[in-house]
Design a protein around this ligand. Sequence first.
Ligand code: SF4
Length: 482
Amino acid sequence: MLITKGMKKDAWSKIIDIVAQIADKRPVMRFLVKKAEDKLWKDIVEEENDSIRPAQELKHAFVRNLLETTEKHLIRGILSKDVFHRMVKVFARNVFVKDISERDILKGDRKDEVYPSFLVLSPTQLCNLRCPGCYASSAGNTRSSLPYSIVNRIIKEKVDLWHSRFTVISGGEPFLWKMEGKGIIDLAREHDDNFFMVYTNGTPISQDLAWQMADVGNITPAVSVEGFEEKTDLRRGKGVFKRIMEAFQYLREAGVPFGISVQADRDNWDEVTSKEFLSFYFDEQGTFYGLLFQYMPIGRSYTLEQMVTPEQRLEMFKRNVWAVKEGGYNYIDFWNQGVMTDGCLAAGRMGGYFYIDWNGNVMPCVFIPYHQDNILQVYERGGTLNDVLYSSYFKEIRKWQSGYAYGKPALEKDNLILPCPIRDHHEAINAILHNHYRIKPSDEAAKEAIEDKTYHEGLIGYDQLLKELIDPVWQTEYKNTV
Ligand code: SF4
């Protein structure tokens, strides 16, 4: 996440020095947290030139919430001191401060070079659940997995090439991945200066697995929920919610910080943005962070009918600003909070990422299921991750990002509440996909979608309505404040 434009390494190191003490100095914990928050306010909001102030305030609120949640969880005893110290060392010092500053140095003034900050990797398509619409089950009956040695190489290579030590593991169900006798825990142990966030359906998390995560100390699981019990079981299967509650209990006992991953659609958006929902998961269950994705019409049985309407999306935006700024929750509403990242993160832009699936296909984003390169073939040819990063396909998407908002002066940025080239500007991604003859759909549903005229026209019509409704909000709440 891009918190400040120029990474102020020394200022952030000092803030982390303060934070590092809180677990061991309980009597002055509140004082230290407050001191760190004041410094953060100065650094993120007051000293940031050429910025959109409400956007900086939102970023400050997010980091403040992380700090205050850490304090609460340490006091409650659901974040272990050892895990906390590993997080400070690996996530705060390595991933956040050191890697960002190293990447800035590497880039220097070279306009055409980019250094992504993370990758999303799906090492396996295997899953024990069958949720409707899941992209992992879009490719028919295949059950592909990447070899451990390839995943290992990718993790090592991205550190060497880009100083990137943060990896998001997605699925299938990542905790079912076992190749060459090794899985996720082995990967985390082998790369103990890296940090891993693992999307999971939660059902494989046993007491033993929770303690293994505590032992390695550089993993946080983000567990999928669809609302409360009824809505979660309706999509994921009967009894899944109860299994998730057990998993949360094991994670709390082991002191492992965990998050929730939520998909909002036309049926559950109201529930997953309600105060009751936030209070249940964050205050009662001890969720550390939440990631809210709006349903994207890709994957098996895609349908535009399940997307939140433009009006629902606007209401979600308002509720989320409240949740982060006033409610004190670390709940990120993707797309609606594009100001947090200066827009679209896809195609490996600076601070951004790309996505590799279980077949080795490399996509600009989890939500753009079209690839030009396959990492297994790139490696066979003697190439590296950089061959993909500098492909014409990825460069074209980065060109769109820079023309839209990323890296532009504050006054020239286009609407960051609508940052997405596939969802909010469907014409843009459609043109890129059709201009590159080497681009292939990554699954059956993607093949169907690219030839589906009704799908494209529907999305373009949806974007038009979004623009009419949300452009005025961008203008009054963000743009006019510059
Ligand atoms: S393409 Fe859309 S979903 Fe993907 S990173 Fe960009 S804004 Fe996010």
